[in-house]
Ligand binder design. Structure first.
Ligand code: SF4
Length: 468
């Protein structure tokens, strides 16, 4: 017989929000893992002692975690959902009739004081600290990778070329993402003359990107790229450093989606992890995009084994003699070509950390091997200033430890899949590198909390709702 739902009107209900939320609910598990008792004390210097009380910062963090865990990216919708959903109310400590902040006040607090106080990074680091205390972080092996997330910037709102029009370049009238872009340009031009010294030779900074082909008028820091998508668009990269024991994210950094900036963010994250948590891995797993001589040299200089396939162009020879067919004479710092002629260098290091060794045109001109060697006047070969370190990495390739790292680095890709599929991070909501950074930190915090919550459930008997 077909059932029929009858609305029963009752004057009084006996209802407990605490009992209503199931013991295995994701938010209940996360609540057990989340400790925000420190938050008010740390943020106190950023609040005035007089005036109207602000939104409780703990309420804001809890609401933002709800939004991140359930893919609710709009602040207006998040406020509505928290108002209506009993589980969200319980997690946010709002009770049945607690007032949910207005979305505009919520937004203002999030983008003002929270950003100033670096709240998202503080929360992220506290959660990583909890993961370390729970034994989820080994500190022996890290993996790094980047994934492309579209920026909140329209395809149509762009200018061709690497410069903004003058009317958009006034810092006093520009919006925050444009001001951040202009400030970064100023900082980059202040550093323009700086060099690092490698192998006794000056080496230009590795992070200098190629001029942009197009700029977004709304978020000029975002890179104009077709990476990660068939269609060219403006995008940021979420650079993620992961501990390999239980795939806990130990650091995250937002950069424009350009290869050079993704690689340059790796030392930044490794150094920050060392400073904040005292963790330095003994090996780093990454894909071949991270196989540049500069990064390999930097890692080995800090005692980190690079388990990274090298960027080698040896096989891209188009039928010409390969670099490996030229022998290097270390004592005289020169190459000897297959015809037995010396190739010398001026010692100058070009961008990319390369020294150039050239044969003499008088040697190449009459050489029988010239058709297979060069189409120019004389052959030139390059040698990375970190070639010794690169050679060490070549020896590592194929060892069991290297193969294990190659397998384990897929854990980062699984995190990216979860980020996009489950947390809905296909397009950013916030603009500018700061907005992207805030979103990535929140997502990494939510991912770590889920893992921490799972480990706590596994290691302790389940505690159900408190008795009424
Ligand atoms: S072309 Fe020049 S560099 Fe090449 S093998 Fe002949 S002499 Fe040597």
């Amino acid at each position: 017989m077909m059932g029929h739902q009858v609305e029963v009107a009752q004057l009084f209900y006996e209802f407990s929000l605490e009992r209503h939320v199931p013991s295995g609910h994701l938010l209940r598990r996360i609540d057990r893992a989340l400790d925000l008792s420190w938050l008010r004390a740390e943020l106190a210097p950023f609040y005035s002692s007089t005036g109207r009380p602000s939104i409780d910062p703990e309420l804001m963090i809890r609401m933002l975690l709800v939004g991140t865990c359930y893919g609710i990216r709009s602040e207006r919708r998040l406020c509505d959902e928290v108002h209506l959903n009993l589980g969200y109310r319980w997690f946010c400590r709002l009770g049945l009739d607690g007032a949910v902040p207005d979305h505009s006040t919520f937004s203002k607090a999030r983008h003002g004081r929270f950003r100033e106080a670096e709240v998202f990074r503080r929360v992220f680091e506290r959660v990583v600290g909890s993961c370390m205390s729970a034994g989820l972080v080994g500190g022996e092996g890290f993996a790094v990778d980047a994934s492309v997330i579209k920026a909140d910037a329209s395809y149509a709102q762009r200018v061709e070329g690497p410069t903004l029009p003058p009317e958009r370049s006034d810092p006093d009238r520009a919006r925050r993402p444009v001001r951040e872009y202009l400030a970064a340009l100023d900082a980059a031009s202040a550093q323009a003359g700086e060099t690092t010294v490698v192998d006794g030779q000056p080496e230009r900074l590795a992070t200098e990107p190629a001029p942009a082909k197009a700029l977004s008028l709304t978020d000029p820091t975002a890179a104009w790229t077709s990476k990660g998508s068939l269609k060219v668009s403006f995008a940021y990269a979420v650079n993620t450093l992961v501990d390999l024991r239980r795939a806990i994210v130990v650091d995250v950094e937002a950069t424009p989606a350009r290869w050079s900036e993704e690689v340059a963010s790796t030392p930044v994250m490794i150094e920050r992890t060392r400073r904040r948590f005292g963790l330095t891995p003994s090996r780093l797993a990454a894909d071949s995009a991270y196989g540049s001589g500069q990064l390999v040299g930097w890692l080995m200089g800090r005692g980190i084994e690079p388990h990274v396939p090298l960027l080698d162009r040896e096989r891209q020879t188009k039928g010409m003699l390969t670099w490996a067919e030229f022998s290097f004479d270390r004592s005289r710092d020169l190459y000897v070509c297959p015809a037995g002629h010396e190739m010398t260098t001026t010692g100058h290091v070009v961008p990319g950390g390369l020294k150039q060794y050239r044969a003499k045109p008088t040697s190449c001109g009459p050489c029988a091997l010239k058709p297979r060697c060069t189409t120019g006047l004389a052959r030139m070969v390059t040698r990375n200033v970190h070639e010794d370190e690169r050679e060490h990495v070549r020896q590592l390739a194929g060892t069991p430890a290297f193969k294990k790292s190659a397998c384990e680095r897929r854990k980062v890709e699984m995190l990216f899949a979860h980020l996009k599929r489950n947390l809905g991070f296909r397009r950013l909501r916030l603009r500018g590198p700061t907005g992207a950074g805030d979103e990535f930190l929140l997502a990494a915090t939510a991912q770590n909390l889920r893992r921490l919550a799972r480990s706590l459930v596994a290691s302790a008997p389940t505690c159900g709702p408190a008795p009424a």
